[in-house]
Design a binder for this molecule. Structure first.
Ligand code: IVH
Length: 707
């Protein structure tokens, strides 16, 4: 539905069709066949043209358009949807004997009927079900509890290996099930970026895949490089299952490949237990070479007409079973325990061990997590440690090999001082680990502090990454955030990095050869220096609330900083506040209030704030109110607009005294509806009797107020 645009001309209609076809083909070749038919630049230009045409003529924008891959739809909550057929789980086992039993039992139950098995990988990700009607993706749902899951369609559309439109011959109505996985390389890159942005990294690729599918903004999901591995095709209405190519599981996946699904090439048809065991043996070691995680192998009866005959146990089908790989485990001598200081001052003990081959890599270091973990293991000098590697990349210490402990071995005492700066460590009450309290003098903490300051959600100085900050620090140019604003061009040009910076993971157990080492020398050129100075200059416009967040006061996050900024209005009032006054602010508890008070009572911090103020950073809330014409109104914005971006129109609402909100409720005054307004929003507005407002009407409302 569109409130402004003229009906599409035939020429536009034709161009949209052409562009769609071209882009679909380029996407297909790129993601399915690893073939790049055009340059990124050309591809982007075509996509841009299609996006523009679709926003001009919204009636031409179909749910299967390749522009949907870019995302942009926002889901505050995910609708719960019942699965048409339950999403079952499989019986699983770690024992080869049980696989032999499964095979013998199946043969016995089928009593002489000829049949085969398929063996395939058990992907370690998140299961989803995709419904296709007349060749179009109409719905994507997570497994949930097996009966009801979350509708994640808009996020699923952004995954390039999920076809939006099928090719060739396809059943009219079916469901494709599979696993969304996060390939290792993309996972590591994303986590590095998160750390640089000051966000908590994901613990493993599975959690990251799951978190990505639940992102509220599908444009964010589009940036995650997720992969969909299809492993199952089913027909809720039964009919098509009778067509011959759908008579075997293998045939179904072959057919799916022809329809445009990316089916992993690792499936094999096996005729007996010997072939099944060979498949398992192969992948038990070959798994470490895969670009994504698997945690086992799935064995299914290939002939789908036998599935009903074999039936179900209480929870899982009798025609399939999962063999799960045991985590690989080795025992290796501990050489010494060293300690790492993180960006926030937290000290992590690391076990340095005799190098040992484990799951495809040499392991020589692994984290001992914290003081409590070490105490629980009761590690002694000369002990052998038990190290495991499961489906994931990072080796884990799971215990001490007590059989090899020497009599009288002495316990290892936890360090009492910071390994970097020598400051006595402290332990916050109830916490598992120690930290170094020397925030302003301990190198990793200083660097962490600088990284936080320049990060996207803080001052957003993206020309200063962690490597450059380290260069500036090593050169003695920057020791605190205020020093950044004293940098001169002549100091920057020609500055070289000589140290080899490794990321944290290498120290925590990834083999050296795998560790991503940054370039040995990276000189700052003239253009780079100009960019840094420009970005620093631009950061002087960053609003006060973000400057406050950037200071990195313990416990003061983005939201807290916003509330403090609004409450006190400027830095002087905030610095003058006592603990009681600070605790008056919504969401500021006593612990945070004390942390803020302590921060500003430190003369060094006061000096830094003073220097930042002199440099021209925003130290007060700027009242950018234009009028009060929208006072008391709550306006929900949806769709695209001619005169504003979505963010701009929200800012405009606030500048005129209104409140911009994301979801419609009984309290909503208007739904400000642009082109491509969300159909769910329209429905809800109608249901609750919330009136619509067009962009033109909105402009009239606020223009009147300015005269
Ligand atoms: S078949 C009824 N095949 O493992 C059969 N499952 O408990 C449906 N999984 O939740 C599952 N890789 O998410 C099948 N190649 C594969 C699989 C696979 C991973 C997951 C699936 C399910 C669990 C089995």
């Amino acid at each position: 539905m569109d409130l402004f645009s003229a009906p599409a001309h035939d020429s536009a209609r034709q161009r949209v069709a052409e562009l769609t076809q071209l882009i679909d083909r380029y996407n297909y070749e790129y993601y399915m066949n690893d073939k790049s038919l055009v340059s990124d630049f050309e591809f982007d230009a075509l996509l841009r043209e299609l996006i523009d045409l679709e926003s001009q003529y919204p009636e031409l924008s179909l749910p299967t358009s390749p522009t949907r891959r870019v995302g942009g739809e926002v889901n505050k909550t995910f609708r719960q949807v019942a699965h048409r057929l339950p999403m079952l789980s499989l019986g699983n086992t770690y024992s080869i004997e049980e696989i032999e039993e499964f095979e013998a039992r199946t043969r016995k139950l089928l009593d002489g009927i000829p049949f085969t098995y398929t063996c395939e990988l058990k992907y370690d990700g998140v299961a989803i079900g995709l419904t296709y009607r007349r060749g179009e993706l109409v719905q994507a749902v997570t497994r949930g509890n097996g009966t009801v899951g979350d509708d994640i369609t808009s996020n699923a559309r952004t995954i390039p290996t999920i076809p939006l439109k099928l090719r060739g011959h396809f059943p009219a109505d079916f469901e494709a099930r599979g696993e969304v996985v996060y390939p290792f390389e993309a996972f590591e890159a994303m986590n590095r970026q998160r750390e640089a942005d000051g966000d908590e990294p994901f613990a493993n690729p599975r959690n990251a895949a799951s978190g990505s599918l639940k992102l509220q903004n599908s444009a964010e999901c589009a940036k995650r490089k997720l992969l969909f591995c299809m492993y199952f095709m089913m027909f809720p209405d039964g009919g098509e299952a009778l067509e011959p190519q759908f008579g075997t599981h293998f045939g179904r996946l072959e057919a799916a490949k022809q329809m445009g699904f990316k089916v992993q090439p690792y499936i094999r048809e096996c005729k007996d237990i010997t072939e099944i065991k060979a498949f398992i043996d192969h992948w038990d070691t070959a798994r470490w070479q895969l670009p994504f995680g698997i945690d086992g192998v799935v064995i299914k009866v290939n002939q789908t007409d036998l599935w009903d005959r074999l039936g179900m146990t209480a929870k899982s089908p009798r025609w399939a079973i999962a063999y799960k790989f045991k985590a690989e485990r080795v025992s290796t001598p501990l050489k010494e325990v060293t300690y790492q200081v993180g960006r926030t001052g937290v000290v992590t003990p690391v076990a340095n061990m005799q190098p040992v081959w484990l799951g495809g890599t040499t392991v020589k270091r692994a984290t001992l997590n914290n003081a409590d973990f070490m105490a629980k293991l009761d590690i002694r000098e000369g002990d052998y440690l038990l190290v495991e590697k499961g489906g994931e990349i990072i080796p884990k210490i799971v215990g001490v090999d007590l059989d090899q402990r020497k009599p009288g071995a002495r316990p290892i005492a936890y360090t009492q001082v910071c390994p970097v700066c020598g400051t006595p460590l402290v332990r916050a009450e109830g916490e598992a680990g120690f930290y170094c309290p020397n925030q302003d003098g301990c190198q990793p903490q200083l660097l962490g502090h600088l990284e936080h300051f320049v990060s996207r959600k803080a001052m957003d100085i993206d020309s200063l990454g962690s490597e450059r900050l380290k260069m500036l620090y090593d050169a003695g140019l920057v020791h605190n955030v205020a020093d950044l604003y004293d940098l001169r061009r002549d100091q920057l040009v020609g500055l070289e990095s000589t140290t080899l910076v490794r990321n944290q993971e290498s120290a925590l157990g990834i083999d050296d050869a795998e560790a991503k080492a940054l370039p040995r020398s990276a000189t700052i050129q003239e253009k780079g220096a100009d960019n840094i100075l420009k970005a620093l200059e631009a950061s002087k416009q960053v609003p006060f609330e973000r400057v406050l967040f950037a200071l990195g006061i313990r416990y003061v996050g983005e939201v807290g900083a916003k509330k403090l900024a609004r409450y006190f209005g400027n830095i002087d009032a905030l610095m003058a506040a006592n603990v009681m006054e600070l605790a008056m602010v919504e969401d500021v508890g006593e612990v945070t209030a004390v942390a803020i008070f302590d921060y500003f009572n430190n003369p060094q911090h006061r000096l830094i704030v003073q220097r930042l103020k002199t440099a021209g950073l925003q130290m007060e809330v700027v009242d950018n109110r234009i009028s009060n014409v929208l006072e008391g109104m709550t306006i929900v914005v949806s769709g695209t607009f001619d005169h504003f971006s979505r963010e701009e129109i929200k800012t405009s609402i606030e500048q005129h005294g209104g409140k911009a909100s994301g979801s419609i409720s009984g309290k909503t005054t208007y739904l400000l509806a642009g082109a491509k307004v969300g159909p769910e929003k329209l429905k809800k507005a109608e249901k609750l009797g919330v009136p619509l407002l067009t962009e033109e009407e909105y402009l009239k409302m606020i223009q009147g107020s300015e005269q």
